[in-house]
Design a protein. Structure first.
Length: 239
């Protein structure tokens, strides 16, 4: 009797997992999560990489304060960013007329505010220790400003790549800020992390763990593809 009961619950769990995989809503959640993560990471890289490179070479009064502010922003709690974006875009807020609250765009904005300082800070830290040597070498070789910048980006390629991957990981795992500004609305702003949080609150732990595994597998596959692409670029350069 005991074995039959255990077998029944085991089969029921497997059926539930299969339902999660085949459910159309799950595919919508995965697609939204990937679109949000890749979009926010791309925008953050476009903002953070140039700012980090510029900050490493710029000379102005108050630079140390700017660097400290950026480092502080790197550790900003996601719920604080979410709250700020919520207050700005709420109906009575200063930008409430855009009606972006509880939309995909609001979640991307919150993600960008979280990730950009991380990418900027990591690029700055790498560039500040090596940029002077690279620039001096470029000047010695008679390179102009554009050629010097291209050489700097090439030599810092691994560090920039790691900074972007770190930002991607932060975006992939974020839940606090996007829960506040997105609202976890079904078929609209529900992501994998907010779904996992919701399932946990319902006591559906097995489903939450299963979705967590799917999230980790997707993140691993994306980073694996990026690594393969980067290795191909390096091998092509060495030909």
């Amino acid at each position: 009797m005991s074995n039959s009961v255990n077998l029944y619950f085991s089969l029921k769990r497997k059926i539930n997992m299969l339902d999660i995989i085949l459910d159309g809503e799950t595919f919508d959640i995965i697609f939204l999560t990937m679109r949000m993560t890749l979009t926010s990471t791309f925008i953050s890289a476009v903002i953070g990489i140039p700012l980090g490179l510029w900050l490493s070479s710029a000379r102005f009064k108050g630079k140390s304060l700017v660097v400290r502010i950026n480092r502080t922003l790197m550790a900003t709690p996601p719920v604080v960013v979410g709250l700020v974006v919520y207050l700005v875009f709420m109906r009575s807020g200063p930008l409430g007329f855009f009606r972006l609250l509880f939309t995909f765009e609001a979640m991307v904005i919150a993600q960008v505010l979280l990730i950009s300082p991380i990418i900027c800070g990591m690029v700055y830290t790498s560039a500040i220790s090596r940029s002077e040597i690279i620039r001096n070498f470029a000047i010695t070789m008679g390179a102009n400003k554009i050629q010097t910048l291209a050489l700097l980006v090439k030599e810092l390629g691994n560090d920039i790549y790691f900074a972007v991957i770190t930002g991607f990981g932060r975006a992939m795992s974020e839940v606090g800020a996007i829960m506040i500004v997105g609202g976890n609305i079904r078929f609209h702003t529900r992501t994998m992390t907010t779904t996992i949080s919701m399932l946990r609150s319902r006591g559906e732990i097995e489903q939450a763990v299963f979705l967590g595994i799917i999230l980790m597998v997707i993140a691993f596959l994306i980073q694996l593809l990026l690594d393969m692409f980067k290795q191909k670029e390096v091998s092509d350069e060495n030909l």
